[in-house]
Every structure is written in structure tokens, then in C-alpha cells.
Design a protein around this ligand. Structure first.
Ligand SMILES: NC(=O)c1ccc[n+]([C@@H]2O[C@H](COP(=O)([O-])OP(=O)(O)OC[C@H]3O[C@@H](n4cnc5c(N)ncnc54)[C@H](O)[C@@H]3O)[C@@H](O)[C@H]2O)c1
Length: 291
């Protein structure tokens, strides 16, 4: 595999992807602007191991300000993971950040890639594009997001398609389902639950705790992401899930067993934009990515 670019490399998933590519002997350029969505110090920690790698180069810069033709020089594969994650904060005035970091970053990348002969553009999309739909969620249904976050992730998928149609940029958009594992973002459930258990503080459940997710281990996400780059698939959106569905209560019960502690729980009304249940149909991932 020729030289790869990872945007959002200091993030939870981006840092795992970079470590795997480097371990496989591939040269990686990474870019991140350390946005303040969560503590930038954690993002710097995510990068710590990578910065000692001779095959890894890091650019601390914003994709909307950097010289993209310099950044993209000799890049064969681009993994576009930079973005503003999270459903709950996407309402209200922070929507501008979602537009900038999810939609506009994708457009400027594709615009800059028009003349480069890129071999594959892999876009990190989300199960949030589905909104509330029949399970398992299939790529064949019309996506109808119920959060502003989901709308921006879907818009970016569509921009990929427009650039493929008109400029033949080969892309795959992967719809990741709730990712977990070491270095999980501090705003995500497992990370919060473990922190509350260790610090013996209260965890807030939005809704009744019966909501379910198709939780996906980060190594599986990384495997599918690299497979998408290597595959012949182009112009495709593909689900990447963990293959089963668990409720928040089930996850809490496992984490209580592991830590030997009991979680203090507070209940609040369900959050707007959060679907009740998710589960990925993995037929297409299996067929196109051997996932
Ligand atoms: N974690 C999940 O469960 C999940 C699920 C579905 C989709 N995704 C998508 O996967 C991608 C990675 O998610 P994550 O959980 O690792 O999030 P993350 O916040 O840990 O990583 C994203 C990184 O992008 C960087 N970034 C944002 N805007 C930038 C810009 N303009 N220029 C340079 N860097 C910028 C941030 O500083 C951050 O380090 C995101 O696009 C997210 O929408 C994640």
C-alpha cells in the first residue's frame, strides 16, 4: 500500500488506524487540529506512541486552513476521519462546527484530490444517517437522519458521490456503528460509565436504559477501514457494525462485573436526536470487504 493520509489522526479511531498501518509497514501522514470538542490533552496522549515512529509524520493544522496540495503530495490513500462527532451537541449554535468539520472539510479534501490520481478516499460516516428505521439497518433504505449530526454525515457522503460522478474520485463511505475500545472518546457511554464506576460518581441515563446499540470494537473498525481502501469497491456506502445488539443495561452490568462496583444511576428524559435502537445489516460488508 502506498503512502496514506489520515485526517483526525489524534482522535480515538484515527490513532488506532494509524498504529495499525504503521505496524503493517506503511508510511503514514496524519493531520489533526486538536479541536476542543473534548480535552486536546487526551488527543495528544493518543498520538504519543505514533510520534516516535520513523514512518509517521504529523501535521498540527486545520484542514480548512492548511495548504492541501502540499499535504496531499504523493498520497495514495486518504482516510478522512476528521470531524465533529456526537449527536447531542449538534443542536443549536454549535451546528456551525458540524457544518465546518463534517461537510466543509470533506468538500475541500475532495476538491483538492481532483487532480491527484488518488487510489481511494475512505470516508468515516455514521449509523446516525439512518435515524429511526427498521432493523437491521440496511444500506438499501433511504437514510432519514433525526439529528443535525446525522444530516452533516449524510451530506458528506453525498458530496463524495458527487465528486465520484463528476471527477471519478474512487470513494467508500463506511457507516460506523457505536465504536468502543481503548481511548474511547470521553463523551461516549462506556468511557463515562467506567469513569463513574472508578470515581464512584453518578452516571446519567437518558431514557429508560433499555435502548440498544450495535457496539463495534475499534480493531474491527480499523480492519474494515483498511479493507475498504484495499478493495475494488468504489462509490459504495457500507455498514460496519459489531454484529450484535446490546442494551445500555447489559453493558452496565458487564462493566459492574469487571470493576466489582455498583453504578449510581440518575435518569433523565431521552435526548433528542438519539435513535432508540441500532443494528447493522452486515451483508454488504461481508460481500465487498470480506468483513
Ligand atoms: N466513535 C464512533 O462511535 C463513531 C461512530 C460513527 C462515526 N464516527 C466518525 O468517525 C470519525 C472519528 O471519530 P472519533 O470517535 O475518533 O472522533 P474524535 O473526535 O476522537 O476524532 C476526530 C478528530 O478530528 C479532528 N478534527 C476535527 N476537525 C478538524 C479539522 N478541521 N482539521 C483537522 N482535524 C480536525 C479532531 O481534533 C479529532 O481529533 C468522525 O468523523 C466520526 O464522525 C465515529
Amino acid at each position: 500500500m502506498s503512502k496514506c493520509l489520515i485526517t483526525g489522526v489524534a482522535g480515538f479511531i484515527g490513532s488506532h488506524l494509524a498504529e495499525k498501518l504503521i505496524a503493517d509497514g506503511i508510511t503514514v501522514v496524519g493531520i489533526d487540529s486538536f479541536t476542543s470538542y473534548y480535552d486536546p490533552a487526551l488527543k495528544k496522549q493518543n498520538l504519543a506512541k505514533l510520534l516516535n515512529e520513523p514512518n509517521f509524520t504529523f501535521w498540527e493544522a486545520d484542514l480548512l486552513e492548511v495548504n492541501l496540495s502540499l499535504l496531499l503530495k504523493d498520497i495514495g490513500f486518504c482516510f478522512h476521519l476528521a470531524g465533529e462527532p456526537g449527536v447531542r451537541l449538534s443542536w443549536g449554535h454549535s451546528f456551525q462546527d458540524y457544518l465546518d468539520r463534517n461537510v466543509l472539510t470533506t468538500q475541500v479534501m475532495l476538491e483538492a484530490l481532483k487532480e491527484t490520481g488518488i487510489q481511494k478516499f475512505v470516508y468515516a460516516s455514521s449509523s446516525s444517517v439512518y435515524g429511526t428505521c427498521a432493523l437491521p439497518m440496511s444500506e438499501a433504505v433511504l437514510p432519514r437522519p433525526i439529528s443535525p449530526y446525522g444530516v452533516t454525515k449524510l451530506a458528506a457522503e453525498q458530496i463524495c458521490q458527487a465528486y465520484r460522478e463528476n471527477y471519478q474520485i474512487p470513494y467508500v463511505a463506511l457507516r460506523y456503528f457505536t465504536v468502543y475500545g481503548p481511548r474511547q472518546r470521553p463523551d461516549m457511554a462506556f468511557s463515562k460509565i467506567i469513569r463513574c464506576l472508578m470515581e464512584e460518581t453518578e452516571f446519567t441515563i437518558y431514557g429508560d436504559g433499555q435502548q440498544t446499540r450495535d457496539f463495534t470494537y475499534v480493531d474491527d473498525i480499523v480492519e474494515a477501514t483498511i479493507a475498504a481502501a484495499r478493495s475494488n469497491a468504489s462509490g459504495e456506502v457500507i455498514n460496519v457494525g459489531g454484529g450484535c445488539q446490546a442494551s445500555l443495561f447489559e453493558a452496565i452490568s458487564i462493566l459492574q462485573k469487571i470493576t466489582g462496583k455498583e453504578l449510581k444511576i440518575k435518569y433523565l428524559e431521552g435526548q433528542k436526536g438519539d435513535p432508540i435502537n441500532t443494528r447493522a445489516d452486515l451483508t454488504k460488508a461481508s460481500r465487498l470487504l470480506n468483513y
